[in-house]
Design a binder for this molecule. Sequence first.
Ligand code: DGT
Ligand code: CA
Ligand code: CA
Ligand code: ZN
Length: 593
Amino acid sequence: MFAAQPSMENRNIAAIFYETADLMEIRGDDPFRIRSYRRAAEAVEGLGFRLADVAADTRKLLEIPGIGKGMAANIQQIVREGNFTLHEELLQKYRPSMLELLKIQGLGPKTIALIWDAFQICDLEGVEKLAREGKIRELPRMGEKHEQKILKGIEEYRRISGRFLLDTAERTATKLREFLSAMPGVDQITAAGSLRRGRDTVGDLDILITGPCCADERLDPLLDRIVTFPGITEILAKGDNKVSFKLRGGMQVDVRTLKPESYGAALQYFTGSKNHNVSIRQRALKMGYTLSEYALTRIADGARIAGATEQEVYAALKLDYIPPELRENQGEIEAAEQHRLPRLIEVDDIRGDVHMHTVETDGRCTIEEMIDAARERGYAYMAITDHSKNLAFANGLDDTRAAEHVRRIREAASRSEGIRVFAGIEVDILADGELDLSASVLDEMDLVIASVHSHFQQEPQQMTERLLRAINGGHISILGHPTGRILLRREGYDFDLDAVMQAAARHNVAMELNAYPDRLDLCDRHLKMAKERGVKIVINTDSHHTSHLEKMRFGVVQARRAWLTPEDVLNTLPAEAFAAAMRKHLQVEVTAG
Ligand code: DGT
Ligand code: CA
Ligand code: CA
Ligand code: ZN
């Protein structure tokens, strides 16, 4: 009886719960109930097995943290019927377009409910029209300023919609690769384009395929197979060696098949960026060649110079091989010509991850579980850094609990071999720049990450002073996710980043590169800026579950895009040197005093 929805994956179940929570929020339901759906969604997403396969076994469901009796019954109904009662009820009352509105900055659930009650309008175009007509400002607790903010939010949303987070794009590419690699005669399947360059968001997927099967003039079997990929909603174009389609969720995929002798030239071409390619082609012309997606060819006699691999294309152009992350036409071609491309940081250079949460606040695993997972990844060290009390919904720590937590971390550390465990904290920077815990407790810590989690809307000057005060105070080691941006959802807060970086450099406060794919904060551009100003970087995952530790690689890719080397990143240091770097800000204060 549980086979009715065989296609129900964990992520589909999670999506239903997330949507339910969002719609409940619009309806004004009890926050604790709403939270239980979000927690269930997170739990389902983080599972290592397929829920649909075990859904019949209620006991097994109840073993999952965050899943109680009611939620287990919901899961069973979803697996059986494709949905569950509350979600259906909510979708009947509201409409799916309302969920899109929630993604717009300035439109929270309360505002959306207010607009719905007054006008029965709940779609993007409708709300935009109301705002332009000045009708939203007349609603209770609204005003012209809020209305302008909504319009700005809609504009911003249009700009980013149609793009996807790096990990989402990568997951789809991996699935497609697994799906196609079983085809006879396929040797290589590579995702090119912005995904290969590691851009923080990806527009569409550019997939290149080669192998003996692609040498055949009749590619129909391969293309016929491709269009059976699960989740395709629309075939946009189909040619002799190319097919484009749209997937559920809106992602577009362009697939091209290539003869092996052209694979390198095509990989070079479709990796981009466009600006890099323009410069590379100009260089080829100056050398008497033309470069196309098929080959590098000598103009004089039409001889084929290179094309099977990217390496031979770059070599023929008298350039060192340029890693995809650098191909943005930002000086990489000159550097490759002069053999001075940097030795970019790699995942294996990272010796520790020092931002993670546990069940003590809003994480989902224990101290011990996080330690075991970090050790398994081969790290030399790690840090537990839970939240402070200002983050009430995350059950943040006050002084007493923080001190107690440090004791427990140290206890767990003393029991764990093979990895050094630092006791840390992610302390909130309050609205005025004060830290959320007392100095004496902070100075107990091996490292202190300080982050902004509230009052994002302060005037730029106030926000700058707030951050400067936190940095100058002498208690913090790392400024966490420094701009506060959430990709595809909200921009970072407005402040004078240059001034903050200069202060950080002066006080030996490092800046975080938060590797979580929806943050990637600092971004590549800002990382470059930090390097120029002498600010050291720490790449962290901000893990809330052991399964998040692997997100480190997304951070490393951004660091590579910023030309960073291992020397620029503190958590490439051995444990002892890293620990010293985390306390350097204190020494500055002492010697300066
Ligand atoms: P995206 O998809 O917006 O995240 O960014 P890309 O870089 O993946 O761009 P996309 O998908 O339009 O094209 C993939 C690559 O193909 C691009 O990076 C460079 C190459 N390409 C596409 N169109 C052109 C073009 O008109 N001229 C040149 N030189 N290269 C192009
Ligand atoms: Ca693309
Ligand atoms: Ca494309
Ligand atoms: Zn944080």
